[in-house]
Design a protein. Structure first.
Length: 278
């Protein structure tokens, strides 16, 4: 199996409070879940992080949710280095959408809130439009939908030998184009995710999602959404998030200043307000 685990020290703040479990998908791929399952939890939260995202990106959120007595399931998609993939396992858009539905069934979730970010947000929009989630979440919080467009010639060149050089080129481009001086941590997180990625997986997943469109899917969704934009997040434009909130039949739009705020205590406070107002 082609697998590389990030050094545990990177995720140590999260792993102090969370346990690891592997879920076996219908194609025998084993995908990691980090979970916190207290007795008598306040509520259940299902996390779907973004492309190549490391748990340390949520180090200000996940421990605090544990402190606040939430039952949390943090599901990592199959392009990540933590996945155990059998030989020939697919990394396609539809397979990753299917994984979300299967994970919810395997975790035996009932009443829950879904929280998704970046490619996770895109994936959960497709999954709900295709009615893959059973049951559907009571509320869905999405932030930072990524308009996934990558230069196709560059993707074809990626392999284990060329990836170090291509990675350097991509990191420079992302830093120059997508990060803001007000949020330097955003660039650092993306760089580390690329450093720990597996070349074949990044190639296949990028090819699978390249040019993806969500706009025909959104009218099929009737569930309640909370859509979060971040004004200075250049990778996930607020214009896209405004449009999603406008076109969803039942959505509330909230705007933060930076991507960092969307991965910080502000998100925990938002979750707490949802349950206080129920």
């Amino acid at each position: 199996m082609d697998q590389y685990h990030a050094p545990q020290s990177l995720d140590s703040i999260v792993l102090e409070r969370y346990e690891q479990q592997y879920l076996t998908m219908s194609d025998n791929a084993s995908l990691r879940v980090l979970h916190h399952r207290p007795k008598n939890p306040k509520a259940t939260l299902y996390f779907l992080p973004g492309w190549l995202t490391l748990p340390m990106s949520w180090e200000r959120v996940l421990p605090r949710l544990a402190d606040d007595n939430y039952h949390v399931e943090y599901f990592e998609s199959r392009e990540k280095s933590t996945a155990d993939l059998p030989k020939g396992a697919e990394i396609t858009k539809q397979r990753m959408i299917q994984d979300v539905g299967e994970s919810i069934r395997l975790l035996n979730l009932d009443e829950y809130i879904a929280i998704a970010s970046s490619l996770g947000s895109t994936t959960i929009i497709h999954a709900m439009a295709q009615q893959k989630l059973s049951p559907e979440p009571m509320h869905t919080i999405i932030e930072g939908v990524w308009d996934f467009k990558v230069m196709s010639p560059l993707l074809h060149l990626i392999n284990s030998a060329t990836y170090p050089l291509i990675k350097t080129f991509v990191k420079r481009g992302m830093h120059r184009k997508y990060t803001d001086a007000a949020d330097p941590e955003q660039s650092a997180k993306y760089s580390l995710g690329l450093d720990l990625a597996i070349a074949d997986r990044i190639k296949k997943s990028a090819q699978a999602w390249n040019g993806d469109e969500i706009w025909n899917e959104i009218p099929k969704i009737n569930a309640h959404y909370i859509v979060i934009g971040a004004r200075k997040d250049k990778l996930h434009p607020t214009e896209t998030m405004h449009r999603i909130a406008y076109e969803l039949p039942n959505a509330t739009y909230i705007e933060f200043e930076t991507n960092k705020e969307a991965h910080d205590i502000h998100l925990v406070e938002l979750v707490n307000r949802i349950f206080e107002n129920r």
